[in-house]
Design a protein around this ligand. Sequence first.
Ligand code: G3H
Length: 489
Amino acid sequence: LLHQSTYLVNGELKQWEGETAEVYSTISSTADYKHTILGTIPQLGEAEALEALDSATNAYNKGQGLWPTMKVIDRIACMEKFVEEMKTKREEVVKLLMWEIGKNLPDSEKEFDRTVDYIYDTIEAYKQIDRDSAKFEKNSGVYAHIRRGPLGVVLCLGPYNYPLNETFTLLIPALIMGNPVVFKPAKIGVLLISPLLEAFQKSFPKGVVNIVYGRGRVLATPIMQSGKVDVLALIGNSKSANALQAQHPKGNRLRMVLGLEAKNPAIILPDADLDLAVEECIAGTLSFNGQRCTALKVIYVHESVVEEFNRLFAFKVDQLKFGNPWEAGSKLTPLPEVEKPAYIQELIDDAKEKGAEILNKKGGETTENFIFPAVLYPVTKDMRVFKEEQFGPVVPVVSFSDIEEPLHDMAESDYGQQVSLFGQNVHTLSPLIDTLVNLVCRVNLNSSCQRGPDVYPFTGRKDSAYGTLSVHDALRSFSIRTFVASKDN
Ligand code: G3H
């Protein structure tokens, strides 16, 4: 059991004596898996939230504080110290990723290692961004010495599916650009931050990183209402982002870096390599049980190949092994959200009532904390699974006769993150790609959708994102370009 009894404010690990909340594991052999308690976390109140905010506000001190004015080399030294400390906690964090969110061992290790690489890459990119600075405009004879300045105090809120990696893709660039942060870990995937608290405390000056625990509503509301937050950095859903923005007295001028929902489609053309398409769609729809914002959430297949695709795909889905995260070969694992199996069942029932069938033998089989992925066909627009972001193990397959049909749906969708396009004829693909890049932000040719490699921009249109993440773009998202103009170089 891990009893997290401290929180980090103003450089101090403060002892909490008040209310605590139990943290449950998704993994259990009992019928009610709520009984597997992993530990406890503090339930801080409004006073502690505002204390954390004040601490960050003082560290920023209207741009004159120690952190925003610190030399590049010193800020880098803090980050390097942190990542070295963090690396010593790999085993603990990986174990908690498995127990808390049910991510399998290879993916948990990948999440940790990817985050470490991301920090090193960010440090390198930061060195470049600061040096890439002189411009000369011949006609006026004016030199511009470009710099990048921080934006202010950041409120950082991360998601449960990548509680370490995605949260750090906000936290790390925000910090290195000189912005102090108040960070509240996700409700699920919260204990795994505990092993890193001391690393934060030891590596950064006081007030630069503040970590608070408790209910989002209790902590984030007073923080936003204070009007002292300059940047809202959130990976989650647009409903929460909108609500938080609305709480800020100058919400319309608040800067935001947001990673939100998506309903990424795969489009399978008549000449697609079906074996490849099936393999990529398995990974795209079902890695981490479909709990990825980049997951493929609807598959469009041309009517001429839909039967063959369905046969191959349904067969492969049934081969996926369900097991505990540490068991070799577990591709499907227990679901961390207690209510998720019932929600997925609702989507299946709704689709079946409206005429879809489950194509795979095991589809919809349930255990106490899991529902086996169901491949649904034929899915039509009136079904909930067609429209809702399922974020879980159910795969809708839609057949089309004219490419205009999926394109129309994408144009009408509230989301616009990525698409996977499967086909081989360059003369068909090329104009299609030109259309698709105006509907989404990344077209994956003959491969599934994904965020990485992290050097590429990660963003979306419409309700899918605001601002851009990745190693390089995130540094820009968390800073403002300023410059010194002069007649002399
Ligand atoms: O949940 C959304 C994540 O950003 C997905 O990242 O494509 O690397 O799994 P990924």
